[in-house]
Design a protein around this ligand. Sequence first.
Ligand SMILES: Cc1ncc(C[n+]2csc(CCOP(=O)(O)OP(=O)(O)O)c2C)c(N)n1
Ligand SMILES: [Mg+2]
Length: 384
Amino acid sequence: MPKAATRQKTVAKTTKSSTNGTGQKPDNLAKESKAVPVVKGLDLVDVDLAQAEYLERRKSQITAIKKLDKKLLREMLYQMVLGRRFEEKCAEVYRMGMIGGFCHLYIGQEAIGVGSMMALEPTDMVITSYRDHVQAMIKGMTPESVMAELYGKEGGCVKGKGGSMHMFSKEHEFYGGHGIVGGQIGVGTGMAYAAKYKETGQVTLCFFGEAAVNQGIFHESLNMAQLWKLPCIYICENNQYGMGTSQQRAMSSRSIAKKAEAFEMANEFVDGMDVMAVRDATLRAIERARKDGSPTLLEIRAYRFMGHSMSDPGNYRTRDEIKKYQERDPIVLFKDSLKESKVFADKDFEKIESEAVAAVDKAVKFAEESPFPAESELFTDVLA
Ligand SMILES: Cc1ncc(C[n+]2csc(CCOP(=O)(O)OP(=O)(O)O)c2C)c(N)n1
Ligand SMILES: [Mg+2]
């Protein structure tokens, strides 16, 4: 039997009787096992299996859509489309030399940011990696302030001094934008500790990629968060690659969600192409965090449609592999369900599309017209 097929079989067997993509129920999950959906063996490389699993779940997705406020559904779709068009424009202007330095795009992962962050209260906190432009906008930062930051201009959210990897806004409770893989896991845990200490009631969403899970900081942070009952939701955005290295080549175990069990922490595996599934899992985690401060690890699996960054030659995967995942495009899946639920029709999608394009054009115009920071800014806000 080929290796992938063996792995798939093993996974299907272990997830069948599980509540969280693993064979066991930690104590803190046992009582709420009914609320946690069974995710059948979604394999790392088998898109067909994932597609079949999604289609099986589609009915419940449509039921969930019907229960949700139409205004909220529209905003969710708008944010996903805005994120996609914004990032396509970033790629375009980057190639024209308008953006310097590193630039990591979020195309293909929009359902993760929208599904999770739009379940938060505005006062809740978010911290993330360098793949941060779209998440900054979902948290409420304007496309203008994000685009101008990419251009290194004064109108940027940190006055053009951070660039692509360092979006930040205290006002919007968005704490970066971090370039050190896994670094934000420690900082996010500290943010959750501060919220608990000060009794602010805030929840922290801490995003990181699957490659960061191999860093010591992940294990140290989760241990403390569970021990001290910190209101932190760890979201591993498993886009299956860390630069040019696939998860299979870098991680001895397959399930990231299951790693939380070493700390007896609640955990779930989620299909990151399905924005409603992401929202539901995040709402369950938020409830846990608000009720008794319990942390959660969510492994949300999607696929990075673009290269690691704008300078990635992309010679480590095939076009066929990318194409297969593009067939599960999270925006297309969401639109299909919205259409089937008769919530929105084609003319609504066209309107959303044109609003997103207009917002991106406005952001580019703002960035182009914004001046570069003055020389006198060179030594302000410099802490080290
Ligand atoms: C501590 C550290 N080691 C290595 C790097 C170089 N590096 C930048 S991104 C990256 C891959 C990270 O992949 P993942 O965590 O899966 O996030 P993704 O880029 O897929 O969103 C690496 C190794 C770094 N920035 N920091
Ligand atoms: Mg990755």
